[in-house]
Design a protein around this ligand. Structure first.
Ligand code: FES
Ligand code: MG
Length: 573
């Protein structure tokens, strides 16, 4: 083992004499651990989001065993600990409500314990940002191991994945698919360990950590069921021990240049709109001054390279076989900050240098992209004073410049009650507006922004309309969907006073979203509006509503910005 740059943090526990050292060591020994195992060795936490309520992370106990092997091999001592796990599919009202809570759990669990380094096991959507945010606020050596995507779903000779949920749902409403058949589709779609097999939020987060330099190369795309996922986990275990010796911390890796790389990569892969919110929140923890508009300026000249659902055709498995994220990075080499350092101590360039693009149908090039539209655009205008987000790569070309009349739903219940009624005044040129699904208003900003179209238009064969909300959309969703309107309706801005029949103009090329109502009329409407009181007076949800920031700032809690570091000056007895 190399000489260490700094003394071990864990020696403040296990290296102590007297009563305190006795207590710290004695109770570890009831696990049958010899003194020499943990005294003087780097203690590596494995922060595990395994939970049977987070099916995407259901294989993480096994994955942790591979990490442990690597830690032992390199001379460290692994200690696995659970943190709050956020399952996207089961948690109500939305897993996003708990991202910040989980980040607090992670932060405090790392800081309070005798850890020298930490391995974050991340999978389902929110389990990545919550763990990275928490770890950044402590800032000890950290490496991410993602769980990997599921194998591509196979249904009646077709490849399917999570994005088909929305298609099949529309087919049922349109009457072209039997409800009973959905049971067979469910089973065919989720057929292996891992997270969603498309470029949804989980895969976008796995790409984000690799692009930021927080994981070993190849982390993003190796399927969960592929033996090489375990190899990557084991190698990550080895590497974190070296990172402790080198004292290589998140703050050394997460420079503004690393964030710029992640934004460009997300544009090139057609990554999730949720990426915007999570990256802003992570930047807030490390103190990098990232702004919503940086996503526009950095993404603008990056075309869509990856032909992956929901923007394209293929699946994460195909991305891996085509060369994985390193092959994408290599295609982007003229746009990236190639000298940024990553967890393995090598630069971005060194990590992609030996990679190859094995399938240009899956990974295009800058000269021959899959789609010239970039993956993300930030909109401005009087409808969204602090911005809004759209994913042009997953939108309809004929709606990129569109003016239409607003059909307004005041909240999700209003939408559900009226969307399929015969007397709803709506046609394909209308713009559906859904309010009160923002961070404070819902609360938790659910993924309902790609709201289904009115049944009567589906029956006419209409499959896309402009939709606008202050909520989010699943990373697996698609359509001409404007999201993250800030300020949200619950804050009482212009968005909160849009009325039925108002004319809205969207121009994605000009990055504009305009409401044709005069400033005077908007001011009058706002002065007549009363804001609703918070939905609950107690518990975490009340804390969240009172402290969550708006989407354009990353929807973190105001008091969680920045870091408290790794020092703990006082003992427990
Ligand atoms: Fe877990 Fe999609 S539901 S990643
Ligand atoms: Mg999701």
């Amino acid at each position: 083992m190399k000489d260490r740059k700094t003394r071990l943090r864990s020696s403040d526990w296990f290296g102590r004499s007297g009563k305190d050292g006795f207590i710290y060591r004695a109770w570890m020994k009831n696990q049958g651990i010899p003194d020499s195992e943990f005294n003087g060795k780097p203690i590596i936490g494995i922060c595990n989001t395994w939970s049977e309520l987070t099916p995407c992370n259901g294989h993480f106990r096994e994955l942790a065993e591979s990490v442990k092997k690597g830690i032992w091999e390199a001379g460290g001592f692994p200690v696995e600990f659970p943190v709050m796990s956020l399952g996207e599919t089961l948690m109500k009202p939305t897993a996003m409500l708990y991202r910040n809570l989980a980040s607090m759990d992670v932060e405090e669990s790392i800081r309070a314990n005798p850890l020298d380094g930490v391995v974050l096991l991340c999978g389902c959507d929110k389990t990545t940002p919550s763990l990275v945010m928490g770890a950044c606020s402590v800032d000890i050596p950290t490496i991410v191991v993602s769980g990997g995507p599921m194998l591509t779903g196979k249904y009646r000779g077709r490849n399917i994945g999570t994005s088909d949920v929305w298609r099949y749902h529309d087919d049922v409403r349109e009457g072209t698919l039997e409800t009973s058949e959905l049971r067979n589709i469910e089973a065919a779609m989720c057929r292996s360990d891992g997270h969603c097999a498309v470029m949804g939020t989980a895969s976008s987060m796995a790409c984000m950590v690799e692009a930021l330099g927080l994981s070993l190369p190849e982390n993003a795309a190796i399927p969960a069921a592929d033996a090489r996922r375990k190899v990557l986990a084991q190698l990550s275990g080895r590497r974190i021990v070296e990172m402790v010796s080198d004292d290589l911390k998140p703050s050394d890796i997460l420079t503004i240049k690393a964030f710029e790389n992640a934004i460009k990569v997300n544009a090139a892969i057609g990554g999730s709109t949720n990426f915007v919110i999570h990256l802003l929140a992570i930047a807030g923890r490390v103190g990098v001054p990232l702004k919503l508009d940086d996503f526009n300026s950095l993404s603008r000249n990056i075309p869509l390279l990856a032909n992956l659902q929901p923007s394209g055709k293929h699946f994460m498995e195909d991305l891996f076989y085509a060369g994985g994220l390193p092959a994408v990075l290599k295609e982007l080499k003229n746009s990236l900050n190639n000298d940024s350092i990553t967890v393995n101590g090598k630069t971005v360039r060194e990590n992609y240098e030996s990679s190859e693009n094995y399938n240009r149908e899956v990974i295009g090039s800058i000269d021959r992209p899959f789609n010239s539209a970039t993956g993300l655009a930030i909109l401005h205008g009087n409808l969204c004073e602090n911005g809004a987000v759209i994913k042009p790569s997953a939108a309809s070309a004929h709606l990129m410049v569109h003016t239409g009349k607003a059909v307004v739903f005041e909240n999700i219940e209003d939408y559900k009650a009226r969307i399929d009624t015969d007397n709803l005044e709506v046609d394909e040129s209308s713009i559906l507006v859904l309010k009160n699904v923002g961070p404070k208003g819902y609360p938790g900003m659910p993924e309902v922004g790609n709201m289904g179209l009115p049944k009567k238009l589906l029956e006419k064969g209409i499959r896309d309309m402009v939709r606008i909300s202050d909520g989010r959309m699943s990373g697996t969703g698609f359509g001409t969907v404007v999201l993250h309107v800030s300020p949200e309706a619950a804050m009482g801005g212009n968005f909160s006073v849009i009325q039925n029949g108002d004319i809205i103009s969207l121009n994605v090329y000009e990055r504009s979203l305009h409401l044709a109502v005069s400033d005077e009329d908007l001011a009058l409407r706002k002065s007549n509006k009363t804001l609703s009181p918070p939905l609950t007076e107690r518990g975490y949800v009340n804390l969240y509503i009172n402290h969550v920031e708006q989407a354009h700032l990353g929807a973190d809690m105001d008091f969680l910005k920045g870091k408290s570091g790794a020092e703990v000056p006082r003992d427990s007895h």
